[in-house]
Design a binder for this molecule. Structure first.
Ligand code: NAD
Ligand code: DAU
Length: 338
């Protein structure tokens, strides 16, 4: 396979590239990434000398460059991870999310169609389904009802991907995964933010009443599911991915504090996220039944490994936290926390 991975320098993309190099050492992988604040070449330092791995610095809105890269490497498969991915940022700059997530996706699809790409896989999210009450699960048949500009941009992209299947016969799949966690997770997202703030004895910002629920999946399990969909996904199909690990945010924060032997007084309830979805929970029975996907990580193992990773990779996150991230942190949390 000659695989173009967009957004491969981010959290899930970098874990996926590492996973694929191990699982399919003969495949060629081209990582196409704009290196925004969330893209970090250090995430893939250990594979950069692999002769089957190539990096191209580029924006998925740049059609000309995409054509060049697809020709140059004879790309036959595309997986699109590239996105503006943080819900809080989408509230402040929705336009960027529309540009990257909607227009960027359509640009890639156009290239995929014209270059007769064999498989195009769109990495989407459970957030396109909106919010659940206290019961029930998102299935692939749940109507799309996105609530944040981020979720709306991802849902829009999904609709455009679907249209390229229906109209042009492009072989596409869409995956909608629950919240991922694991190594190389950018420290603006809840789990890495809490681990690092706790390690530095800083306050831990918990939005609203802390009772919003997220369904957590270890990133390697997501990567394995994507690999299966790429190889076996029937054209046009959507697959939900998740492992029934729902947790209230406050319970997750408390668990991390306890594992690090840090005091609960670090918890600081701050203003809620506008439009904050209350509960996500994925029904992944379709991918299990049709493609035989089975998650390998229990949450207890995954979170212990994740905490350990942040303990042993201080240089990685200290560098990020000392740079541009600082001004975002101040903007997001203001004087609510020190
Ligand atoms: P991330 O923010 O860590 O990484 C995004 C990557 O995309 C970065 O490397 C960034 O440089 C790159 N990028 C951004 N704009 C680009 C552009 N215009 N052109 C090329 N590259 C660009 O995100 P993530 O958490 O790894 O998420 C990856 C994908 O998975 C996203 O599409 C996201 O919607 C989806 N997703 C994430 C989760 C999660 O829990 N993190 C869950 C489900 C789905
Ligand atoms: O569900 C999949 C989605 O998961 C992905 O599509 C997104 O790209 C990814 O960012 C993630 O979105 P969330 O908004 O669920 O993740 P985040 O880590 O930002 O927040 C998790 C929960 O924690 C959410 O209920 C908001 C809350 N939160 C978050 C932050 C950053 C806090 O209470 N305090 C915080 O400081």
């Amino acid at each position: 396979m000659k695989l173009l991975v967009t957004g491969g320098a981010g959290f899930i993309g970098s874990n996926f590239i590492r996973y694929m190099i191990k699982a399919h050492p003969g495949d060629t992988i081209i990582n196409f990434d704009a290196l925004t604040y969330a893209g970090n070449p250090e995430n893939l330092e250990d594979v950069q000398n692999n002769p089957h791995y190539h990096f191209v610095h580029g924006d998925i809105c740049n059609e000309e460059l995409l054509y060049f890269v697809v020709d140059q490497f004879a790309v036959d498969t595309i997986v699109n991870f590239a996105a503006a991915s943080h819900v809080d940022r989408s509230i402040y700059e929705p336009g960027l999310f529309i540009k990257t997530n909607v227009l960027g996706t359509q640009t890639l699809l156009e290239v995929a169609k014209n270059k007769h790409i064999k498989k195009y896989l769109q990495i989407s999210t459970d957030e396109v389904y909106g919010s659940l009450g206290s019961a029930g699960y998102f299935t692939e048949a749940t109507p799309l009802a996105p609530n944040s500009p981020y979720a709306a941009s991802k849902a829009s992209a999904d609709m455009i991907v679907r249209s390229y299947f229906e109209t042009y016969g492009l072989d596409i799949n869409i995956t909608r995964c629950a919240n991922n966690y694991g190594p190389w997770h950018f420290p603006e997202k809840l789990i890495p933010l809490i681990i690092i703030n706790a390690l530095e004895n800083k306050e831990l910002p918990v939005y609203g009443d802390g009772k919003n629920i997220r369904d957590w999946l270890y990133v390697d399990d997501h990567c394995a599911a994507i690999d299966l969909v790429l190889h076996q996904g029937k054209p046009g199909e959507v697959f939900n991915i998740g492992n029934h690990h729902e947790m209230r945010n406050i319970d997750l924060v408390t668990l991390i504090l306890d594992k690090l032997n840090k005091p609960h007084r670090l918890i600081n309830y701050v203003s809620d996220r506008p439009g904050h979805d209350r509960r996500y929970a994925i029904d992944a029975s379709k991918i299990k039944a049709e493609l035989g996907w089975q998650p390998q990580y229990r949450f207890e193992t995954g979170i212990n490994e994740t905490i350990q990773w942040y303990l042993t990779h201080k240089k990685w996150w200290q560098k990020i936290r000392s740079g541009a991230y600082k001004s975002y942190y101040k903007h997001q949390y203001g004087s609510a926390i020190e």
